[in-house]
Design a binder for this molecule. Structure first.
Ligand code: C2E
Ligand code: CA
Ligand code: CA
Length: 759
């Protein structure tokens, strides 16, 4: 599996934690689903209750109606019967003979419609309207029925007359001899009126008026005596619950399925003047309820879908946002490479689980990038970084992975186990590719790259440790070395703890004005033509209680690496300037003081101001100060630095180019450089003794320098031969053990006085 795959998968699965998004999504969805189900249910429940209430309401209100109607009908009947009784009895009781006219008269008087007088055999003898004389009631006819009736008076229910087909209510009154009178009231309207009180009709009306499914009137024998569903008339109630409710005269409701249709029933007992006459059952279809339920479910589904879509869109948005955040968190926006976070997590996983193949990591440092940034601005800096990233990717390809570790450092992961030779090849390829200048329309810049390598990450337990050690390795790469890579080794780790101690000493010194841990010694510089001391070079010394004496090569290096060279350098400069100011004896008041300046100091924007500030504060003539700078810093930042040097030289401060010959600056370029002195490195001076071809290099340097109007200082002169050679070749000054080692300030002053006094 490839590095990228692993971490990409990891990023997908753990970092863009979908669970975090999807879980709430699901929860909200489920919650909403529950709410929907509950609301559908409660709507159904509500409707059911409503239906039941309606049924009961109908049943109750109509039960009252029915009771009242029944009472009214009875009253009306009673009134009619009263009239029939009065008319018939009065007729029977008439004195004298009856005839048609008398009957007619009686009918008029008692406001009845017909009056018939029957003989005991049931034959009409007289009639109020003169009709039907001689008509005789046959067997089974209501009139015949009455004849066999023992009652004196009898009133029939309204019926259709067998002869005229019209509706009449008839009453009969019997004489003792068996003859009788029939009284009739024309009752078509009354029949309709009373009929309206009929249960069947009532039920039909209710059904028309209210949207009920059907109504039933059940008598006390549990028989359905009337119903709007005609098929049920005559049927008996058998359902035990219903039977029970009816028997106990309870109000009751229930759902009953009839012919596949579900119906709601409300049962209410009906009373007429405290006498229960039966039970009214009102049935309502649940069809409407099904509509309601469907409606509720449809709404629910609609809402649910809406919610699903809304949450879905939201979740997608959150996921995308989250992914962007992850990308922001794991990728460098400038170069598009995975960043330090990515790097650390991957390594931690790899070394933590020991799952992945063994790998090497290469830390690629672009040494001068920071200076480029400061010199050309951040836009060009960004361009350079993108270009570096692009070049690295092109070398590394897809097989391995490049990450941006810090602003100007990149880490390359080498997939699989590579031996030292392969890693060196890769490192060389990388530096080769990065060596080519990077240019845009305005600038052209070289990148100095160095590479530190940890051969195997297998033995590490901790990412930070691994990254620290690869950085340590980088620090151990000698500055001016032809090799651009270095492998981490264990002893580097030990060195680092020493460096930590040195760093602490330097910090203490910088913070504490009374500290004597670091001090200056002064090495005289002798003018060869006169033998006089022309000045001194200030050389820093460290004598630590804990670590003993430490070479400036080491502690200056630490100060540079740990970025505390600037405060240290200015402190030392101040000490040197104070010393120079104090040298005011007759022979030494023109003596110059040369101070070594680190390239890092030189690059800082405030450099010139700081120098001016210090000489201003001590009121030292600028001519008495000399700054020694090394070539290497010039290489990458020629223009910026040369500008600064010009400013310094314009105010009178001399600048010398230290360790000349060890770097890359070409002699031909010396003319345009703002320095007044070059200091030939000890290496060339040593060669003088060798009597080889190289011995004459010093001669060449001196004559070239003179052509550019530069003074020449020979460093590290230890032998008389060297001295003679230098004199012979017109070297201007010498410095070296031959004349004097660096000495303490008071000795320097004595030395100067004694040397220059005689000359
Ligand atoms: P450098 O600037 O090239 O200093 C000259 C070095 O040569 C000094 O070493 C000096 O003691 C030594 N030397 C002088 N004459 C002879 C000789 O005849 N034979 C031999 N073998 N050596 C001789 P030192 O003092 O150990 O300083 C080493 C380097 O440390 C300096 O090299 C300089 O680069 C750096 N350094 C010293 N002091 C300072 C400082 O205050 N600031 C900065 N930035 N660098 C400093
Ligand atoms: Ca020097
Ligand atoms: Ca030197």
């Amino acid at each position: 599996m490839k590095f990228g795959d692993t971490l990409n998968k990891q990023i997908k699965s753990t970092r863009v934690n979908k669970k975090i998004v999807i879980l709430p999504f699901l929860l909200i969805f489920i919650a909403y689903l529950l709410v929907t189900i509950t609301s559908v249910n409660s709507r159904i429940e509500y409707y059911r209750d409503h239906l039941m209430e309606d049924s009961m309401e109908y049943a109750k209100s109509y039960a009252i109606g029915i009771s009242k109607s029944a009472e009214a009908r009875d009253t009306l009947n009673e009134l009619l019967e009263e009239r029939l009784l009065v008319a018939s009895r009065s007729t029977v009781l008439l004195q004298g003979e009856l005839d048609n006219d008398r009957l007619s008269e009686m009918a008029e008087r008692y406001r009845v419609d017909v009056l018939y007088f029957y003989n005991p055999e049931g034959e009409i003898l007289y009639s109020s309207n003169g009709e039907y004389i001689g008509w005789k009631a046959s067997e089974g006819h209501p009139v015949h029925e009455f004849m066999n009736n023992p009652l004196e008076f009898y009133a029939e229910e309204i019926r259709q007359d067998s002869e005229s087909d019209q509706y009449f209510k008839y009453g009969y009154f019997q004489r003792e001899d068996g003859s009788f009178v029939q009284v009739g009231i024309y009752a078509a309207e009354i029949y309709d009126f009373i009929g309206s009180f009929e249960m069947q009709q009532l039920l039909d009306e209710i059904k028309d008026a209210e949207l009920v499914h059907s109504l039933y009137f059940i008598d006390e024998s549990l028989e359905i005596v009337s119903s709007t569903s005609k098929d049920f008339i005559g049927a008996s109630i058998s359902n035990p619950d219903l039977v029970d409710a009816i028997r106990r005269s309870r109000e009751y409701n229930s759902t009953v399925e009839i012919d596949g249709e579900e119906l709601y029933y409300g049962l209410v007992p009906i009373y007429i003047e405290d006498d229960k006459i039966g039970t009214l059952a009102v049935a309502q279809s649940t069809e409407d309820m099904d509509l309601v339920i469907n409606d509720a479910i449809r709404n629910g589904i609609y809402n649910l879908t809406s919610v699903f879509i809304v949450i879905g869109i939201f979740a997608a948005y959150v996921l995308r946002k989250n992914k962007q955040l992850v990308e922001m968190a794991y990728y460098d926006s400038l170069t598009g490479l995975p960043n330090q976070e990515y790097l650390k997590e991957y390594i931690q996983e790899a070394i933590g689980e020991k799952k992945v193949e063994d790998k090497a990591i290469l830390l690629v440092n672009t040494e001068n990038f920071r200076h480029i940034n400061m010199t050309y601005g951040y836009d060009f800096g960004d361009e350079i970084l993108r270009e570096i990233a692009r070049r690295l990717k092109s070398v590394i390809g897809d097989r391995h992975v490049v990450t941006r570790f810090t602003s100007d450092r990149f880490v390359v992961f080498v997939e699989g186990r590579w031996n030292k030779g392969q890693l060196i090849d890769l490192a060389e390829t990388i530096t080769e590719v990065l060596d080519k200048p990077i240019e845009n329309s305005r600038n052209r810049q070289y990148i100095n790259s160095q590479i530190a390598i940890v051969e195997s990450i297998r033995d590490y337990f901790d990412v930070d440790n691994l990254l620290r050690e690869v950085s340590i390795a980088l620090d151990h790469l000698p500055r001016e070395s032809s090799v651009n890579y270095i492998f981490f080794s264990e002893d580097m780790g030990e060195k680092v703890s020493r460096w930590d101690a040195i760093e602490n000493e330097i910090r203490d010194f910088v913070l504490n004005p009374d500290s004597k841990t670091i001090y200056l010694e002064y090495q005289p510089k002798v003018e060869l033509a006169t033998g006089k001391i022309s000045g001194f070079e200030a050389l820093a010394r460290m004598d630590s209680e804990e670590l003993g004496r430490i070479s400036p090569i080491e502690f200056i290096d630490v100060a540079e690496k740990r970025l505390i060279i600037a405060p240290l350098g200015y402190r030392l400069l101040e000490m040197a300037v104070r010393f120079a100011k104090g040298m005011d004896c007759q022979w030494c008041k023109d003596a110059t003081i040369a101070v070594n300046i680190s390239g890092i100091q030189l690059l800082r924007d405030d450099f010139v101001d700081r120098i001016k500030g210090i000489i201003g504060r001590y009121e030292l003539e600028p001519e008495r100060l000399e700054l020694e700078i090394t070539e290497s810093i010039l290489l990458d930042n020629y223009h910026v630095i040369n500008e600064k040097l010009k400013v310094l030289r314009d105010i009178g401060i001399e600048v010398s180019l230290d360790d000349f010959g060890t770097g890359y600056s070409s002699l031909s370029r010396l003319g345009e450089l703002n320095v007044g002195v070059i200091k030939i490195d000890r290496y060339f001076i040593k060669k003088i003794d060798d009597q080889t071809e190289d011995s004459h290099l010093t001669h060449d340097i001196i004559s070239m320098a003179h052509k550019s109007d530069l003074k020449v200082v020979a460093e590290g002169v230890e032998t008389v031969e060297q001295l003679e050679y230098l004199k012979k070749n017109d070297c201007d000054y010498m410095q070296g053990y031959l004349f004097s080692r660096p000495v303490l300030p008071e000795d320097a002053m004595k030395l100067m006085a004694s040397t220059n006094k005689d000359k």
